[in-house]
Design a protein around this ligand. Structure first.
Ligand code: 1HN
Length: 346
């Protein structure tokens, strides 16, 4: 490959003349923005242990009242991007949020899409677009772009959840902003029960649900877990016991930018994921798994989280020979497919 001219090769007065007119020569930077064969990946394999994070999050509950935080979150930041950027990958933001009994996180809406994966505790709820969604471990609750949401807690123990947002991408595109609002009137709860059986949806003639971009906002863990166990039992030869969180009206990804799925590793199973362009996040819902990211190995216990850069093969292995392991996966697949840059390499 041809080596290109460097900035230092140019006379100083020429460089100054360019700068004065807001001009930049391409060739000294061409290889950096367009490296050969594979992108330059800032996203590093990174691991966040719940055991280490939890006491610091609970301490934040003592140090910072909810009124002073609005959302009491410790961000899971990837050092490859610089911690201050608050990015897990180029397009994924991760945070662990704490809500204590009696606390209230006021209503707002914003352009980034969020989901919450409940990690521990019960008694809290989030109200999204008038639907009150109770939170219990392993549930996935959507807060898509533009929908009002607020969190409350009627229980008696701390509740912690993992927030996954496309904030870095939305911020990068200069489209990130929020609006504050007043407390919502609750108009429904457990609306996901309308979609509780595969292949059956409310009548498209008489219901207004099919007009909504986000008809299902809460995906109870009990349902996802049962679906995985059924899949493993009825399709013993299936390569990966994995279910995608989709819009039940369309069968498409449940949100526009990030994709979400739940994976079951059968007892003793090892699963090789091919190198694909999207970065991925793995969060352990139940059990324990090894995650090998092209030679960087992490051991995930329940509630631990890690991320893997794109274009990198990942091997997952259940560390138990007798119990299944359940992993929540978030990735950038919908974004890459929409942009036309999605690739599977091996
Ligand atoms: C947000 O609105 C929430 O509503 C959590 O709980 C985390 C991170 C960045 C921007 C908005 C929430 C967030 C957030």
């Amino acid at each position: 490959m041809q080596e290109l001219g460097r900035l230092e090769d140019l006379p100083a007065d020429y460089r100054e003349a360019l700068t004065a007119q807001n001009l930049v020569p391409l060739w000294p930077s061409l290889r950096a923005v367009l490296p050969p064969g594979k992108p330059a990946l800032r996203t590093r394999p990174t691991f966040w242990a719940y055991e280490g994070l939890r006491p610091l999050l609970l301490k934040a509950g003592e140090l910072t009242p909810i009124e002073k935080a609005e959302r009491r979150v410790l961000v899971l930041a990837n050092p490859g991007h610089g911690l201050e950027k608050m990015q897990a990958s180029s397009s994924i933001y991760l945070g662990m949020q704490l809500l204590l009994p009696g606390e209230w996180a006021p209503a707002h809406k914003h352009t980034p899409n969020a989901v919450r994966m409940i990690v521990e505790g019960s008694g809290a709820y989030t109200t999204v677009d008038g639907e009150k969604c109770p939170m219990s471990r392993g549930d996935l609750i959507l807060t898509p772009t533009g929908l009002w949401h607020e969190h409350g807690h009627d229980g008696d123990e701390p509740v912690v959840w993992l927030d996954v947002l496309d904030l870095p991408l939305v911020y990068y595109t200069e489209t990130s902003y929020h609006n504050d609002g007043k407390a919502q009137d609750v108009t429904s709860t457990m609306a996901e029960r309308s979609y509780a059986r595969g292949g059956l949806i409310p009548s498209p003639v008489f219901s207004r649900s099919s007009e909504r971009s986000y008809p299902m906002l809460r995906y109870p863990w009990a349902e996802a877990r049962a679906a995985l166990l059924n899949l493993a039992e009825t399709q013993p030869k299936i390569e990966a016991v994995q279910v995608a969180y989709v819009n039940p009206e369309t069968g498409s990804d449940c949100q526009n930018i990030l994709g979400f799925s739940a994976l079951m590793l059968r007892p003793g199973e090892t699963l090789r994921l091919p190198a694909r362009s999207p970065a991925m996040v793995f969060h352990m819902i139940e059990g324990a798994a090894g995650v090998d990211i092209d030679g960087t190995a992490f051991n995930l216990a329940t509630a631990d989280t890690c991320c893997a850069p794109g274009y990198t093969p990942v091997t997952l292995s259940n560390r138990s020979g007798s119990e299944p392991a359940f992993i929540f996966i978030a990735d950038e697949t919908p974004l890459h497919k929409k942009l036309g840059v999605y690739e599977v390499r091996s």
